[in-house]
Design a protein around this ligand. Sequence first.
Ligand code: DC
Length: 229
Amino acid sequence: MKKLIIAIDGYSSCGKSTFAKHIAARYHYLYIDSGAMYRTVTLYALQQGIITEQGIDEEKLKSSLEYIDISFTFDPATLQSIHFLNGENVEEKIRSIEVSQHVSPVSKLKFVREKMVALQREAGKEGGIVMDGRDIGTVVFPEADLKIFMTASPEIRARRRYLELKEKGIEASLEEIKKNLMERDLIDSTREESPLRQASDAIVLDNSHMTLEQQMEWIDPLIRKLMQS
Ligand code: DC
């Protein structure tokens, strides 16, 4: 059986990671959350005072990159992925509103992207992976076996994020979340470096009105066919 590289790109809070995790668990693949890597760099920059109200100290961030060690685990049984920053479990911290508010400007920086893309290619080079993000099918793995571009209406996405945060005990207003999503979509799709866009050979999946089960039913035949090719 061929070990595929599956790239899942799309807007913020489309359910990319939930979908990707379920695919990884079903096919015993590794799940790689590329957004978490940008979030981890952002957390580091916040913790070190590299991001202030004045903005990002780019020179400092650039010279700090070599001190940022990012690692992760994925447990297919629980669908839990845990990210570590220099050995510390930062899974909860990287999902905070504060990190969400600063991650797009950080992920615009060319030197940050270069380092993250190199890490992502290394992590996925053996195949048998599902990676989600914004530029996986266009930049990280342009030769991916299967590319999905996910989208859903902003209202539905905001509501999903709201419920996700609520479940984790994190208070946030629906309006605030929607505003953050729209801002991130705008920055992510208009930035100069690797903007979010649909790869010409990606298949679009609008899951606004689809359950996870329906999404799995949709993708299963595509994966099975490719595995046997
Ligand atoms: O998927 P996410 O919301 O956790 O991603 C956080 C941010 O990281 C998102 O606003 C854009 C950026 N990102 C990126 O630029 N490229 C990727 N491959 C993944 C995420």
